[in-house]
Structures are given as C-alpha cells and as structure tokens.
Design a protein around this ligand. Structure first.
Ligand SMILES: [Fe+2]
Ligand SMILES: [Fe+2]
Length: 417
C-alpha cells in the first residue's frame, strides 16, 4: 500500500482533531489522542505547514489540494468565521498548544490567542465583493494593494510565505473577474510613478488573468499565468534604486544593469524555499523577449518562448506604455494599443493574445475609426473577421477592405471614437 504524503497525513489528522473536539468536550481522551496524532504527523513533515482557504480551495503552501478532507475545510470555515483566512504550524508544535488552538477555533475566539509554533493570519483580501461598477471595482482593486505589497516584499527578500500570499491575490483577482467585476477599469486611468512596482505588478496580473480567462484556459493554468504575471518583475528588487527610480531615460550602462532584471527574477524565484510552478521563473526570465526571440536577455540562438511569457508580455507592454513618466508624453489607451499593434507586426507581441486583449479593451470593434497604412481613414466593419487585429474595414470612400487577406495594408493608428 502506498504511504500517504506527510502533509496530507497531517491535514487528515488536523481535520480529525477538529472533528473530535466538536464531538467531545475539551480534555476528552479522543481529543487528546487526536492532538497527539496530528502533532506526530506535523513532526514527520519536518517543516512549517501553511494552510489557507481561498474560495472553494484548500491551499497548502503554494498548491491547491485536489481532494481536501472535509473536516479541514470545516476547520478553515470556522477559522474564517473568526476573521482568519489561514494558519501556519511549526513542526515542533506541542499537542497541548494544538488542542488549545483548536479549542479557540471551535469557540470562534482567536483574538489574543498565542501559542508557540502556531500563527493564524488575516489576509485583508475581499474576493467577490459587491456589484459591478467603477466605485466597487476601484475599491476591489485598492483592497488588493496591501497584499501585493506584502507578497512582493516577501518574495523579493526570499522570505517563505510570499508565494502563498501571491497566490491568494491571484485567486482574489480571479474571483472578481468571475463575478464580472470591472477590475480592468481602474487600470485604464493614467497612473503616476508612485508605488509603481506594486501597481504595475497588480495591473499586469489583472490584465494577464483577464486574457487567460477570456481564452477559456482551465482554472489552474489561468491562476499560474496570473501568479507568473504578478511576479514577473520581482528581479527589479535587485536593481540599484538610483537606476530603478531614475527620473530621466537610462544611459547605456544603466540600461545594461536594468536589463538584468529578468535574470535576477528567475534566479530569485528558483531559489525560493516554497515549491513553485516552473512557469514562474520561465516567465520572469522571458517576459522581455518577443515572439521572434528579439529583446533581452539576449541569447545566442532564438529561444523558444513559452506562450505564458508572450501572454504576460502583452499585459506588461500595455501597462508600461500607460504609465506616465516625467520624460515621456502621456499615451492614451488607443495610442498605446496602436503602438502594440506595431510591435505585433514587427513580430514582438503575440497576435492571438493581443487580439483577445483588443476585445477586452474594446478597441477595433465594429464602428471604430482607424487610419490605414496608406493614410486612408476607415471604420471597422460590422462583420467580424477571423483575425481581430486585421478586421474588415470600410473606407470613407465606401470601399470594403478585408485586411485579413491584405499583405500590404494594415491598421496604422486608431482614431478617437
Ligand atoms: Fe520587466
Ligand atoms: Fe514589467
């Protein structure tokens, strides 16, 4: 018979302890025995175990447990009723402390509780909140910021737990996108440079999650893409602040240092004590590489770029273009998209992901004014062609041009509707 994974064994025993305490009074032999068993299982893990309930999932460390024991979910429900979303157990937790903790969870009174080796946390995240609308969406968006700041700081300083926090943010974003929250809207406003690192990480995460969701990718992959997007620039923490926060454009030497951030990010994510999805360092390493292999870090031969990296690159490019910089004229949403169209034609951005993003942004939709590469003004025709980036258009002089079949004509700029 196959032996159960030590973490799974601990989850089962922890659940049994919770169930036993709900059935029997405190101090009962069954409860004491269950506590001892759970503590032995924890010691067998030999490492900290963090558990959290996120939506319908039980997350342990950075993985979603496929068939969580019902009693552990019930325990986490009780925990969340007490305002705590997760708990962390040290391997040397004592049976008395664990049963005292379970006691408090059952009673729903964790305020002021302290025991060596056990921590419970409030994540300050609100998933699935309120109805759609700008105000709610902005509130939802802003509520994510402290979590992003904590998660990225933990990751950058290679403290364990950063990834668990990051995954919680991604789940909260997925939850808001799933309920139709217009989470994209607050992102659409122009931003200043304040708090750029965190705002940028969150925006790229939201956009990448929205693209992945629109493409119908399965949930596990959508979450991983979101997580990779949130962490894509984590290597910037290793860039000297005078270069990272420089007001003007970077000189060649500074740019060479800055261009190392994908490498730093991948190295940092690979070093993390948490078990991580291999896609995270891949995306951190590749997010400045184009579909054609151009970009940085430069490679001797054209690398194979993972589609997740190309998806994140679309989100990253957009957010970077929309950030106001002191040395750069603000770029409108439609101007930013036109620049991205050019980068797609140059083989840098991936057409399929950009096409999905066009729909999310609501550009190149029927009736949208565009200027073609031969200078003619046109409107996107009502018929939807096979390629959203090369729609059929109707010129002002009445000619209908299916751009999908033209090799020498394309949308050059977007007019303001
Ligand atoms: Fe980057
Ligand atoms: Fe970035």
């Amino acid at each position: 018979m196959r032996r159960r994974d030590p973490v799974d064994q601990f989850l089962r025993d922890l659940g049994n302890l919770f169930r036993a305490r709900r059935m029997y009074p405190s101090g009962n032999e069954q409860v004491t025995r269950a506590a001892r068993k759970a503590v032995d299982a924890l010691a067998a893990v030999g490492d900290q175990v963090r558990i959290a309930r996120i939506g319908d999932d039980l997350v342990v460390e950075d993985r979603i447990v496929p068939d969580p024991p019902a009693a552990v979910l019930a325990l986490l429900d009780a925990l969340s009723s007490a305002g705590r979303e997760g708990a962390q157990f040290d391997p040397d937790t004592r049976p008395g402390d664990l049963s005292a903790w379970v006691e408090r969870v059952v009673a729903g009174q964790l305020d002021g509780f302290a025991a060596a080796g056990i921590r419970t946390g409030s994540l300050h995240l609100t998933a699935n909140q309120g109805s759609a609308g700008m105000v709610d969406a902005a509130a939802g968006y802003l509520s994510l910021m402290p979590g992003v700041r904590d998660a990225l700081s933990d990751l950058a300083e290679e403290r364990s737990g950063g990834l668990v926090r990051a995954r919680e943010i991604v789940r909260a974003i997925a939850g808001q996108l799933a309920t139709g929250e217009m989470l994209m809207n607050p992102i659409r406003g122009l931003k200043t440079h304040d708090d750029y690192t965190f705002t940028h990480a969150l925006n790229v995460c939201v956009i990448a999650s929205a693209i992945a969701r629109s493409m119908g990718l399965h949930r596990g992959l959508t979450d991983t893409v979101g997580l990779a997007a949130l962490c894509h620039d984590v290597g910037k923490e290793k860039i000297p602040p005078e270069i990272l926060n420089k007001e003007g454009a970077l000189d060649a030497r500074e740019k060479a240092i800055m261009d190392q951030h994908p490498l730093h990010g991948a190295a940092l994510l690979l070093r993390l004590p948490d078990r991580i999805d291999p896609l995270l360092p891949v995306v951190a390493y590749q997010h400045h590489l184009g579909t054609d292999g151009s970009g940085y870090p430069a490679r001797p031969s054209a690398p194979r770029i993972h589609p997740a990296s190309l998806l994140v690159a679309v989100a990253d490019t957009y957010d970077a273009l929309r950030t106001v910089r002191s040395y750069q004229r603000p770029v409108s949403e439609r101007e930013a998209f036109a620049i991205m169209l050019r980068r797609w034609r140059q083989g840098k951005l991936h057409g399929e992901f950009l096409g999905v993003f066009a729909d999310l942004l609501g550009v190149l939709q029927p009736g949208d004014p565009v200027t073609l590469s031969d200078g003619r003004d046109a409107f996107v025709a009502p018929v939807r062609g096979p390629d959203p980036l090369r729609p059929t258009v109707r010129t002002r002089d009445g000619e209908t041009v299916p751009l999908a079949t033209c090799t020498d004509l394309w949308v050059e700029t977007l007019g303001e509707p």
